[in-house]
Design a protein around this ligand. Structure first.
Ligand SMILES: Cc1cc2nc3c(=O)[nH]c(=O)nc-3n(C[C@H](O)[C@H](O)[C@H](O)COP(=O)(O)OP(=O)(O)OC[C@H]3O[C@@H](n4cnc5c(N)ncnc54)[C@H](O)[C@@H]3O)c2cc1C
Length: 283
């Protein structure tokens, strides 16, 4: 009994000890409320698209929040709601880099955001400077995924619509329980320079040869050997999903409204809404 009591006291002491070294300010994602994260790094990827890195660190006693966030992330593809506090409006973004952080150091949450000329939150985010705080809420589950559920995951992405595909592909390829899952991605953008995830995807494909195939499409400009000129259309999407097996596979589509309408039909907006009637070239 004494030994158990001593061990419990030691564990409690260790818990208090590690808490002392954790920050007092909340820099954690919380699924239930908006919290402020600090922008620590920004990188221009194109004239209108930037990668923004926000610091994540566990606050004192913040393990319950961290567990709640981890529980959502464990369920599949996820995103965060980002608020423009000036006009109290929010939009959803897909982290493409994530580390929860803890007693051993700060973590991070990376977003790749395209700026729209008349846009509200994307312009707000592009106006932020290193050191600024931005309010976020999440993780928000966007698509439940269970390892080993699909034999082949087909993906069609346009522009920053590739962000959820990158997040999901990295998850699948890193998970031994998904070792038999293959991924084929068709990724289109305006120009070759706008294929902002290309280098990352090529490295991933080289690392996981035979499990990830990526084909690129560009609308304008000279295409190279691996990036053909064109849009996701009946020919390119048809070639991608040629081996599709409805019993074992899935097709994921994410991109601008016009691309969604052309490929699969627009998805009804709102929580819990499914695809609805399949239209477009996948019909
Ligand atoms: C699950 C999910 C994940 C997402 N992940 C990402 C991501 O990782 N990266 C990313 O960049 N985006 C992502 N998005 C898109 C993002 O949420 C926003 O929709 C996008 O940033 C535009 O928001 P905004 O507030 O800047 O533009 P909004 O203000 O919503 O405007 C959208 C468009 O409408 C136009 N517009 C605005 N007002 C008017 C007007 N009065 N008249 C005519 N046109 C107008 C704007 O010019 C713009 O083109 C994601 C969306 C979802 C649903």
């Amino acid at each position: 009994m004494e030994a158990v009591g001593a061990a419990a006291a030691a564990a409690y002491g260790l818990h208090l000890f590690t808490d002392v070294f954790e920050p007092t300010v909340a820099e954690q994602l919380d699924p239930d409320r908006f919290t402020a994260l600090t922008l620590v790094e920004r990188e221009a990827l194109t004239a209108d698209t930037a990668r923004l890195r926000f610091r994540v660190s566990r606050q004192q006693g913040g393990r319950a929040t961290e567990r709640a966030a981890g529980a959502v992330i464990a369920q599949g593809a996820w995103a965060v709601d980002v608020k423009d506090h000036l006009v109290q409006t929010f939009r959803t973004y897909t982290p493409v880099g994530w580390a929860a952080g803890g007693a051993d150091g700060a973590g991070h949450c990376d977003l790749v955001v395209k700026r729209y000329t008349g846009g509200s939150v994307s312009r707000f985010l592009h106006g932020t400077q290193v050191g600024d705080q931005v309010e976020m809420r999440g993780p928000v589950l966007t698509w439940p995924y269970a390892a080993g559920r699909y034999k082949h995951v087909y993906m069609v992405a346009g522009g920053t619509g590739a962000a959820p595909m990158v997040q999901l592909a990295e998850r699948i390829l890193a998970d031994p329980a998904d070792a038999a899952t293959r991924i084929s991605l068709l990724y289109g953008a305006q120009t070759a320079a706008d294929l902002v995830f290309r280098r990352r995807l090529d490295a991933l494909a080289a690392q996981h040869a035979g499990r990830l195939d990526v084909a690129y499409l560009v609308e304008h400009g000279a295409a190279d050997a691996k990036a053909r000129e064109g849009r996701p259309d009946a020919a390119s999407v048809g070639a991608l999903v040629r081996g599709f097996d409805a019993a074992a596979d899935v097709v994921l589509v994410c991109g601008p409204d016009a691309m969604m309408a052309a490929v699969c039909g627009e998805r009804p907006v709102g929580p819990g809404r499914g695809q609805g009637t399949l239209r477009g070239v996948l019909h």
